[in-house]
Ligand binder design. Structure first.
Ligand code: ZN
Length: 261
């Protein structure tokens, strides 16, 4: 058994090298070969970058990683963001390993509470609340969101049936957007409005979780609705008193003020 495992591991280790040399020797006969080469090159890049991580970042923060492994995680915040590759929570917030508990979904949508539900998003929210006792939940939407754009497009049920069902959690945002925008509103502005309104609806979905409502009422949990603009790197927050998104630096001023009062 051990020998089989060793052989399997060895094969896995040398496979990329074999693949590279095989594709280098043969001239591409059709368009599939360059694509295979691209895949292999990407794997090699992953491996090289990981080695850099081990040699540099991990080495520098090794004690912290060991502490996190031994003591367990104690994140202060549950961050719910879109799966979009341009959304990088730790980079945007300057947070370190162990600080953010993260859920990523298409459109940063959250299904409303369902006691008999079995979806991974709700289960992960429950874990963050009951086991990790997070103090903040951030729902973060973003500009150029493909899921929000998808709300306004016809989606092929056969090819993208699962996605189509998932996008139902953005329907309220779409309907409200259509009611409030003017006929002359550009497509780009329409999507921006829907992206921001959706954040507010997802916060409402969160509030249908009894445990969230209880903690918010007891003031032991803070909910935040944020919007990240990819092209400027700016984050704005939803102000429930004025119903508008404001620059995050204003939230900082507000927080300081509440401490002083
Ligand atoms: Zn998105």
């Amino acid at each position: 058994m051990k020998l089989q495992l060793f052989l399997f591991a060895t094969i896995l280790n040398i496979l990329p090298l074999v693949y590279v040399s095989a594709t280098e020797e043969k001239k591409p006969a059709n368009s599939e070969i360059p694509q295979t080469q691209d895949l292999v090159n990407q794997v090699l890049t992953f491996a090289r970058n990981h080695q850099d991580f081990k040699n540099l970042y991990f080495k520098e923060h090794e004690h912290e990683f060991i502490r996190l492994a031994e003591q367990g995680q104690n994140p202060h915040t549950l961050f719910i963001g879109c799966s979009d590759s341009r959304m990088v929570p730790d980079l945007i917030l300057g947070t370190k390993p162990g600080e953010l508990f993260v859920i990523r979904t298409a459109g940063n949508f959250v299904p409303p509470y369902d006691q008999n539900g079995w979806d991974g998003v709700s289960a992960t929210i429950q874990y963050a609340l009951e086991a990790l006792d997070v103090k903040h939940i951030i729902i973060c939407g973003h500009s150029h969101c493909g899921a929000i754009k998808g709300l306004f497009q016809t989606i092929n049920s056969t090819q993208l049936g699962i996605l189509k069902r998932w996008l139902q959690f953005g329907n309220e945002a779409k309907e409200t957007t259509m009611k409030i925008v003017k006929p002359e509103t550009s497509e780009k502005d329409l999507y921006t409005v829907a992206e921001q309104i959706s954040v507010v609806y997802q916060l409402a979905h969160l509030m249908t979780f009894p445990a969230i409502k209880k903690k918010v009422d007891e003031k032991t949990l803070d909910l935040h609705g944020w919007y990240y603009k990819i092209e400027t790197g700016e984050v704005s927050y939803y102000d429930p008193e004025t119903f508008v998104f404001k620059p995050l630096k204003k939230l900082k001023a507000q927080a300081l003020q509440s401490i002083l009062n």
